[in-house]
Design a binder for this molecule. Structure first.
Ligand SMILES: [Zn+2]
Length: 272
């Protein structure tokens, strides 16, 4: 599979990635990696670190995952959701015009993605202070911002300091004027690949246009598997070891659980 952005390796953009087969043991690691995690940035890095096999032609690790641009990280979380929770989801909202309840089906992994711009991940641009180079923000930048005081203006300033350079030196962000800041914003937006997080639809009752904004990370906090219960059921019925059960891909594990359920219904029907 291909990232919409990718990583620069020896001057070449590498976009390939693959996930590991999602077995019970990976699901357990996902649960463990999320314990005591307070920030979304770390949660995303941990989740991808447990599940990714390859990234840009290399075995995946936390450092590589943190160096991915923010748009690629979001894209990977959406693809992972499609593997772990492939069933379609129903979104509901009240029409802003007629207040009727609207339902919308969303199939995980199918949101449109804006591709990376021509100069991704870094380019040069002319500001009032002269020519500067700037690059798109990545996971490591997001992590670094968490160490800063909880003040949006300060954090933005700190972020820009990490992204913009003039002849390899840091730029004094206070020198930049509003036109410079607009230009930086536009240049970064043009470069950054971005999964769409807004869905446009029309109310089926009154035809008025509606916008739904999605939280693409919300599923990570839901209970995505009941691995301990699954192990318990399979161990009782088939007498398999925990290790063997954890090595099964999720689909096969669920298939065996469905067979157990079917068999217990038959026994019950024969009794009555
Ligand atoms: Zn309506």
């Amino acid at each position: 599979m291909e990232l919409p952005g990718g990583l620069l390796v020896d001057g070449q953009l590498c976009c390939d990635f693959s996930f590991k087969p999602i077995t019970g043991s990976i699901e357990r690691k996902i649960l463990e990696s999320n314990q005591n995690v307070v920030s979304l940035v770390t949660h995303v890095t941990n989740m991808l670190n447990v599940t990714l096999a390859q990234l840009a032609g290399m075995p995946a690790n936390k450092e590589l995952i943190s160096s991915l641009c923010s748009g690629d990280r979001q894209y990977l979380i959406l693809q992972l959701e499609a593997i772990i929770n492939p069933a379609s989801k129903w979104l509901t909202l009240n029409c802003q015009a007629c207040d009727e309840l609207i339902q919308l089906e969303l199939i995980p992994g199918t949101l449109p993605v804006k591709p990376a711009g021509q100069y991704f991940p870094a380019t040069t641009t002319q500001l009032s202070i002269g020519e500067v180079s700037l690059r798109v923000p990545n996971g490591a930048d997001e992590e670094a911002l968490l160490q800063q005081p909880d003040n949006e203006k300060q954090r933005l300033k700190h972020l820009l300091k990490r992204l913009i350079f003039q002849a390899n030196n840091k730029v004094e962000i206070g020198q930049l004027n509003p036109d410079d800041l607009d230009k930086i914003d536009q240049t970064l937006e043009d470069m950054m690949p971005q999964p769409s997080t807004n869905i446009s639809t029309t109310c089926p009752y009154c035809n008025s246009p509606q916008q739904i904004s999605l939280d693409i990370f919300a599923w990570m906090n839901e209970k995505n598997s009941d691995i301990e219960n699954d192990i318990h059921q399979l161990a009782i019925h088939y007498h398999w070891s925990e290790k063997d059960i954890l090595a099964l891909p999720k689909t096969r594990r669920k298939h065996y659980l469905a067979l157990i359920e079917q068999a217990s219904h038959q026994v019950f029907e024969e009794l009555v």
